[in-house]
Design a protein around this ligand. Structure first.
Ligand code: F6R
Length: 261
């Protein structure tokens, strides 16, 4: 796992955007896995800026989002499809038909999960998966204790996740308790993972993910098995890392071709 510590969330997001922009330039027909939530918003803003000011071209890019709430239609303003359209897709030149989000309103959710896996396979797999980190160590909506080999499936959201995300809903009771999410196995099959985690609320989860044991109780720890996982954290979320100096040393001694900035 490559651990990069940046002074703050803004700097971390700019670096994350650089990594994605480089992939899009090197491989214009790449397949991106995307995440919603507060964490990647600044990263999307930077990609939008690069599209507008530097001509970053998304016309041949395909995307797959990690997850979607069960029961929310695409035009619901709290659905992840809506989030992606408002915060990213409508600001860039992506072909909307190449953007994929699980359908949380599918008549048969199990069929929808299998369809989503097949779509990813048909696209040739995901080149880079962007991830955030739940306070409880979830990635996607893979909550603690779920299988580390899972494929796209239906998950019951934990109480912690309901608490963390319910402020997006006018009434906490309006928040769905279920989601479709790529499984941990789906995420591990991507060619590259890029996880962002910032702020003091993520300190403990960051520590468990990077330095804790590989354990289903912290699904993000499965990234320890990924052959190419990059984790970008800020000083606050990195503050409990025992080996922070080691990560800084590695970062400072990279070859030029290993650097992103
Ligand atoms: C979002 C997702 C979640 C979030 C995580 C962190 O698509 O899959 O795992 O990345 O809950 O959320 P924020 O960024 O809001 O702290």
């Amino acid at each position: 796992m490559e651990v990069i510590i940046r002074p703050n969330a803004a700097a971390g997001c700019i670096l994350g955007a650089k990594i994605i922009a480089k992939l899009v330039r090197d491989k214009p027909g790449c397949v991106l896995g995307l995440a919603t939530g507060r964490t990647p918003l600044r990263l999307y803003q930077e990609l939008i800026r690069q599209h507008r000011e530097e001509g970053l071209d998304f016309s041949r890019v395909t995307t797959f989002n990690l997850d979607e709430y069960v029961g929310l239609p695409a035009d619901h303003d709290r659905s992840y499809r809506y989030f992606m359209r408002e915060n990213f897709f409508r600001h860039i030149n992506i072909d909307q038909s190449r953007t994929h989000v699980p359908d949380g309103t599918a008549a048969d959710l199990h069929v929808e999960c299998r369809r989503y896996e097949q779509l990813i396979a048909d696209a040739g797999g995901i080149d880079l998966q962007l991830l955030g980190l739940g306070r409880n160590g979830h990635i996607g909506f893979n909550e603690p204790s779920g299988s580390l080999r899972s494929r796209t499936w239906i998950k019951i959201l934990s109480e912690q996740t309901l608490r963390d995300n319910s402020d997006a809903f006018q009434l906490p009771t309006a928040m769905p308790r279920h989601a479709i999410t790529m499984g941990v196995g789906t995420i591990l099959d991507t060619r590259r993972c890029l996880l962002l985690a910032f702020g003091p609320a993520k300190t403990r989860a960051v520590e468990r993910m990077i330095e804790g044991p590989l354990a289903a109780i912290c699904p993000a720890s499965a990234l320890q098995l990924h052959p190419r996982a990059t984790v970008i954290v800020d000083e606050a979320s990195a503050s409990a890392l025992q080996y922070a100096d080691h990560y800084r040393w590695i970062d400072a001694n990279k070859f030029a071709w290993q650097r992103y900035d």
